[in-house]
Design a binder for this molecule. Structure first.
Ligand code: 1CP
Length: 344
């Protein structure tokens, strides 16, 4: 039977009169209720690994706004931790990890065998959500794509240009490829377990895909996505997959066909008209309002929202931001965006 959930209908290729909507980082520091639960957890990682609290923050934006999808509250860096990397977060700065710069560093990791011991609480969060979400809300699971996860594992932190990862892939390709293979295998297993626990859709975040050019984009963004998607599809043929090769530019064209993704998420560095012409022609797209409108609001937020809805109205579309909502955003602006989408 065809699903009644709007996100699943769009992912199956249906053009809906009103696009379904959710927001990247919809559970986050712009919401006072998130800050309160995070304080209760003590720190960010404890929040991720405490299923009741992680489920609570996942539900907060659904209660407040009635989004069409909830995204599991977790982080792409939990997999590196499960693989054996040290991970901690410095408040106000971001993540820190033990670094990988040689085959010796790689050999110190535990590998993929034991990852579910660490990641068990995440699957428990998924099961709680399966019971607690409203019946019309779709549950999205996620993981980082291998290149993006590798950039953090190699540098030990977020980097503006991913220079340490580019250096390792050119100077020690054997170590780099072995790391990519380990992350790819771990990601397949991690996402399979999320699906088995109840995730209805999964999304692969390749936040740093934009720094891969030409053949490197094919080799380290497209090929790993294809491997992950084809393996998941063989096991779970009915679970749609969203790929987000952020800032891929021309690399968005044909990405869904080449990887088997059901939907490509588009960032806000490309225009909605261009993406409608060149990417939506292959199937569902998600995107792509500039998140800075959630800070500035006003008429421009409303007119930009309507412009994006119109640009994608000729095909399957899930409305989203081009990247995550930021802590400075005004929660009231989310209502303005939703009104512009739902009551045009
Ligand atoms: O202080 C806090 O409360 C932590 C802020 C925060 C949050 C709310 C981090 C730290 N992670 C998250 C949750 C998170 N991360 C989700 C939850 C679901 C949702 O979208 O609501 C998701 C999907 C992510 C994914 C994630 N983590 C990505 C990929 C998406 C993206 O934004 O590009 C990346 C790159 C990360 C790493 C990460 N985690 C946190 C930070 C601050 C960062 C970026 C660090 C950096 O590059 O400097």
């Amino acid at each position: 039977m065809a699903s009644t959930k709007t996100i699943l209908r769009a992912l199956a290729g249906e053009t809906l009169k009103t696009p379904p909507v959710w927001m990247m980082r919809q559970a986050g520091r712009y919401l006072p209720e998130y800050k309160a639960t995070r304080a209760q957890a003590g720190d960010f990682l404890s929040l991720c690994y405490t299923p009741d609290l992680a489920a609570e923050v996942t539900l907060q934006p659904i209660r407040r706004y009635g989004f069409d999808a909830a995204i599991l509250f977790a982080d792409i860096l939990l997999l590196p931790q499960a693989l054996g990397a040290d991970l901690w977060f410095i408040t106000g700065e971001g993540p820190r990890l033990s670094t990988i710069s040689s085959g010796d560093d790689l050999a110190k990791l535990k590998g993929t065998d034991g990852i579910h011991e660490t990641l068990g609480p995440i699957y428990e969060t998924v099961s709680i959500l399966t019971n607690e979400l409203p019946k019309e809300t779709t549950l999205i699971g996620f993981a980082g794509a291998p290149w993006t996860v590798a950039t953090y594992m190699i540098a030990g932190r977020g980097t503006p240009d991913q220079a340490p990862a580019h250096a390792l892939r050119t100077e020690d390709p054997e170590t780099f490829d072995a790391l990519m293979d380990m992350i790819t295998e771990g990601t397949i297993s991690y996402l399979s377990h999320q699906i088995e626990a109840g995730a209805e859709v999964v999304k692969l975040f390749d936040s740093w895909a934009g720094s891969l050019k030409g053949d490197a984009f094919t080799r380290y963004a497209l090929e790993p996505a294809k491997k992950i998607i084809s393996t998941l599809k063989a096991k779970h043929p009915n679970v749609p997959i969203i790929a987000f090769p952020r800032e891929a530019g021309d690399g968005y064209v044909g990405f869904a066909k080449a990887t088997g993704a059901d939907c490509v998420a588009i960032d806000n560095s490309v225009s909605a008209d261009w993406a409608a012409q060149n990417v939506q022609s292959d199937g569902c797209v998600q995107g792509n309002l500039d998140p800075s409108h959630m800070i500035t609001g006003g008429d421009e937020l409303i007119s930009e929202t309507k412009r994006i809805v119109k640009a994608f109205s000729g095909g399957p579309h899930i409305f989203n931001l081009g990247h995550g909502i930021t802590p400075e955003a005004d929660p009231e602006n989310v209502h303005l965006m939703l009104d512009a989408i739902r009551n045009p």
